[in-house]
Design a protein around this ligand. Structure first.
Ligand SMILES: *Cc1c(COP(=O)(O)O)cnc(C)c1O
Length: 457
């Protein structure tokens, strides 16, 4: 199994190389050259636990680490507090797939626990090291930190905007005291942080000198880890189709669903693309309109995104795997801020996806009514998916709604909607009392570089 670029300008690479490369060197995204099929294997796979199923699925994409995967995967999911890792709960006529039982209470743990262990394994094999540098608006930073805390050969530097992330999000990052974890709060916005990271990664001399690595959502290892829970959930049901509703921001999670659907087309039906007020992707599905707008702040901040960094992977399939056409379309998008689609492409989009954009009132109303009707508390991200899932529920086809964050992580929005404070799980109950560590810097490239230089491996 080799990996190619959506833009077709690199020689094929192995899974291991793809994980270390992250973004393809030609500016495209890496994809396996073919998608393996699981047809005919369902009965056997349905008997496996989550970790066993992960090994089966991921080794199809990673034959070069097959022997080491069981250990890597067991380590990755031993940090989850639920024995099923991603349990399925039936509520209110739909099924909730709880993806938030990892150390930071958000679904990003599923992928980042795995990626952290993959990095450690690959670096130890090659005898090298890495300094991870990233900017976060909240969720990704803590999940990335928990993915690599205490690991050999990796230091991690995460920039967050000072006093502009929620108190829980801040403490989830700054109370990790392992010596390889460095938090930088900058006096500025998330965009300032991201711009600093971009500038530093573009300084190739600095990047190479300090072995900088990224942990953003374009790494293929993250996608492949997420493919597993779609298959796991689909196989909890008797033969026949299951639909999935996915709260979407960067198109990473739902793209994993798209891959799972290619592997198991007789079991995975429609993918409901659920967005908040940032409805670019929703307009794309309903009207074939992919054009940039302004980012709006909502109660589901991890989906307050306009440019979806994984979209190019889907575009490549939509263009019938024509890397020239994908490259041309992305370059066009870079210039015009919009994309257009042919009738054939629009029909294909509609065949795969349903969509709903859920505004702020409806998010609050969904949290309230779902709680009143079923006793189940959704966080605002999950509520976006549940609202869209209920809207598109087909008779006789089960609807699985992905629960991407624990309600306690977004307690204010939940309290406002239900009048009840969600219960804090153990992992965050005493956050306020723990020791924390963080430096405060100006939103300045040189200050960040200096800090990385001083503390990097
Ligand atoms: C990141 C995130 C999302 C969006 O996932 P994408 O892969 O970017 O589409 C949804 N919910 C929560 C809680 C998240 O942290």
């Amino acid at each position: 199994m080799k990996y190619i670029s959506t833009r077709g300008q690199i020689a094929p690479v192995s899974f291991k190389e793809a994980v270390m490369m992250g973004l393809s060197r030609d500016g495209g995204l890496l994809l396996p050259e073919s998608i393996p099929s699981l047809s005919g294997e369902e009965e056997r796979l349905a008997l496996l636990c989550f970790s066993e199923l992960s090994c089966e699925v991921i080794s199809l994409f990673a034959p070069d680490c097959r022997d080491d995967l069981p250990r890597i995967i067991d380590n990755s999911y031993s940090t989850f507090t639920h024995p099923e890792v991603t349990p399925l709960v039936a509520k209110g006529g739909v099924h909730i797939l709880e993806l938030f039982h990892g150390p930071t209470l958000a679904f990003k743990d599923v992928a980042l626990q795995f990626l952290g262990n993959m990095f450690e394994y690959l670096l130890s094999e090659s005898g090298t090291h890495m300094n991870i540098l990233g900017a976060t608006s909240g969720d990704t930073g803590s999940a990335a930190i928990y993915g690599v805390r205490g690991k050999d050969r990796i230091n991690i530097f995460i920039i967050h905007p000072h006093k502009r992330v929620s108190p829980i999000q801040e403490l989830q990052m700054t109370t990790v005291l392992d010596s390889n974890v460095f938090n930088m709060a900058i006096r500025g916005t998330f965009d300032d942080g991201q711009a600093i990271v971009k500038t530093i990664f573009n300084d190739l001399e600095f990047k190479d000198a300090h072995s900088l690595g990224a942990i953003n959502s374009i790494n293929w290892a993250r996608i492949v880890a997420q493919v597993v829970y779609y298959i796991y959930a689909a196989l909890r049901f008797p033969a026949g189709l299951v639909d999935f509703s996915v709260p979407t921001g960067n198109f990473g999670d739902i793209f994993a669903g798209f891959i799972a659907r290619k592997m198991l087309p007789q079991r995975i039906g429609k993918l409901v693309l659920a967005t908040n007020d940032n409805d670019l992707l929703s307009r794309f599905v309903s009207a074939g309109d992919y054009s940039l707008g302004q980012v709006k702040q909502t109660s589901s901040p991890s989906m307050d995104i306009q440019v979806a960094s994984n979209f190019e992977r889907y575009l490549y399939f939509l263009k019938n795997r024509d890397s020239g056409a994908t490259k041309a379309a992305m370059e066009d998008f870079g210039v015009n801020g919009s994309l257009t689609f042919t009738d054939r492409e629009r029909a294909e989009i509609k065949e795969t996806f349903l969509t709903l954009s859920v505004d702020e009132n409806r998010v609050e109303e969904t949290i309230r009514s779902f709680y009143t009707d079923t006793g189940y508390t959704c966080d605002p991200h999950t509520a976006v998916g549940v609202c869209a899932g209920l809207h598109h529920k087909r008779k006789d086809v089960p609807m699985v709604c992905l629960a991407t964050a624990h309600p306690a992580k977004f307690a204010d929005a939940v309290l406002k909607a239900t009048g009840k404070q969600p219960e804090n799980p153990k992992s965050i109950a005493d956050l306020g009392e723990r020791e924390s560590r963080c430096v405060i810097l100006d939103a300045d490239v040189e200050q960040v570089k200096e800090f990385v230089e001083k503390n990097g491996l």
